[in-house]
Design a protein around this ligand. Structure first.
Ligand SMILES: Cc1cc2nc3c(=O)[nH]c(=O)nc-3n(C[C@H](O)[C@H](O)[C@H](O)COP(=O)(O)OP(=O)(O)OC[C@H]3O[C@@H](n4cnc5c(N)ncnc54)[C@H](O)[C@@H]3O)c2cc1C
Ligand code: SF4
Ligand code: SF4
Ligand code: SF4
Length: 387
């Protein structure tokens, strides 16, 4: 005996109220139930049509991203939204011909389906580079140029940045930079944790009220917590304003680990001019101009354990975020997020410190893809550990 899908009453299949959808018959106890069902089904058909115009997402993707890694909460939203899905043996299963409409994927609470869910909110995305010839940045030198602009205009008292130790080359040393020379010295990336918060607190305790702070996503999170939490330290310094400049970040490695791997290839750190992680490779440029490319997996055992649990590629809590992914070589990808971040970045462009253009959709897509990889890496790691 069929079940009325609206009022859930068992009814006879001789009922005069029925509808056909997706090759399936539905029976109702009354014209009211049939009307409710038809209205709902039309909305579902509309939703499926608009989603399938966007991209093809099948049940296979839901299985791969959510069900197989074991992060399905068994909420049943996918089964409730598609007649071809049923919950069997404690997990959703496909029992009919999937039309790749994507509806189940979009209902699942564990999938990330919005741009904002992947890289946070932002006003504008740019590909930018420094317009100051003496700046040799990691990518486009935009962070350094922006800091110089803010210092020159008197918008900041100092900048918290990270430089390389002179005694132990490539060991990160966080400093409070007050001069142009100190800021210029800080350009380039060091792939080890820098204790930037110590320098920030030192600047604030010295009475510096307007501080530009440069750090990775986790550094930015620390500042944000100190600003927002009721027990946060920055509450005690009410005049202190911190402009948060976040760096995209996939991983860091211990200083000793980087040193050991490079030395195993006969490279000493005092001979290294630049390091760059790109497309799964660790690239090293020596002072004599020679380039070496290593597999990132060579450094795996020295990867910071905290990075394995980090899901924020783009420093979502920053005023402005900066990264290499997305933009062409020699450019920095910039996400202007807060009102103040947007203003300062555009002022620096208008005043000739930075050249910028809008990031194209394809370039932004590359940022989104990497961000997605990072958001789900915890699940992937869990799977690897089980294997
Ligand atoms: C550890 C780390 C990992 C990164 N991973 C990625 C990635 O996976 N994908 C991606 O697209 N981009 C990544 N980036 C960001 C990228 O390397 C550049 O920093 C960014 O594109 C800005 O380039 P720029 O030329 O404009 O910056 P520059 O003008 O060269 O300025 C660089 C700034 O970085 C700061 N800095 C350097 N090392 C550190 C550190 N260890 N901790 C805190 N601040 C530091 C310096 O103080 C300086 O202000 C990473 C950066 C770091 C530090
Ligand atoms: S809702 Fe159904 S038809 Fe659509 S993708 Fe999911 S399983 Fe396939
Ligand atoms: S919607 Fe997602 S979390 Fe809910 S049962 Fe389906 S796969 Fe699991
Ligand atoms: S991957 Fe995350 S935890 Fe690791 S250094 Fe980068 S922002 Fe910090």
């Amino acid at each position: 005996m069929p079940l009325d899908p609206i009022c859930k009453k068992i009814i006879s299949d001789n009922t005069e109220y029925f509808s056909d959808y997706g090759g399936k018959h539905y029976y109702f106890c009354s014209t009211e139930c049939k009307h409710k069902f038809d209205t709902l089904e039309k909305s579902v058909i509309r939703l499926k049509r608009s989603l399938s115009e966007k991209e093809k997402i099948s049940f296979g993707k839901l299985k791969r991203d959510i069900i197989k890694p074991g992060i399905c909460t068994l909420c049943g939203a996918c089964a409730a939204s598609c007649e071809y899905i049923t919950i069997k043996d404690g997990k959703p299963e496909l029992v009919g011909p999937c039309k790749a409409c994507g509806v189940c994927y979009y209902q699942c609470p564990r999938t990330i389906t919005t741009e904002e869910g992947l890289i946070g909110s932002f006003r504008y995305a740019y590909a930018a580079k420094s317009a100051i010839p003496e700046i040799q940045g990691q990518d486009g030198g935009v962070v350094t140029s922006l800091l110089l602009y803010a210092l020159d205009e008197g918008l900041i008292d100092c900048a918290v940045v990270t430089i390389r130790s002179e005694e132990e080359p490539w060991k990160p040393i966080p400093i409070v930079a007050r001069t142009r020379e100190e800021i210029l010295k800080s350009s380039g990336s060091i792939y080890s944790h820098s204790m930037t918060l110590e320098a920030l607190m030192s600047a604030v305790k010295q009475g510096m009220n307007s501080v530009a702070f440069v750090g990775t996503s986790c550094n930015i999170d620390a500042v944000t917590k100190m600003q927002r939490s009721s027990y946060g330290f920055l509450h005690l310094f009410m005049r202190a304003k911190v402009l948060k400049l976040g760096l995209f970040c996939m991983d860091t490695f211990s200083y000793e680990g980087i040193k050991a791997v490079l030395e195993s290839y006969g490279i000493t750190l005092d001979n290294v001019d630049a390091m760059k992680i790109r497309k799964g490779k660790f690239e090293v440029t020596l002072k004599d101009g020679k380039e070496h490319v290593f597999e990132l997996s060579d450094f795996d055992e020295y990867r910071s354990s905290s990075c394995r649990f980090c899901t924020d590629l783009t420093a979502e809590n920053s005023d402005i975020s900066f990264g290499g992914v997305g933009s062409p070589k020699g450019y920095t990808t910039v996400l202007a997020r807060s009102a103040i971040g947007y203003e300062i970045f555009n002022e620096a462009v208008d005043n000739g410190y930075i050249e910028a253009r809008q990031l194209t959709d394809d370039e932004l897509e590359r940022v989104l893809n990497l961000a997605k990889m990072k958001k789900v890496q915890m699940y992937a790691l869990h799977m690897r550990q089980k294997a």
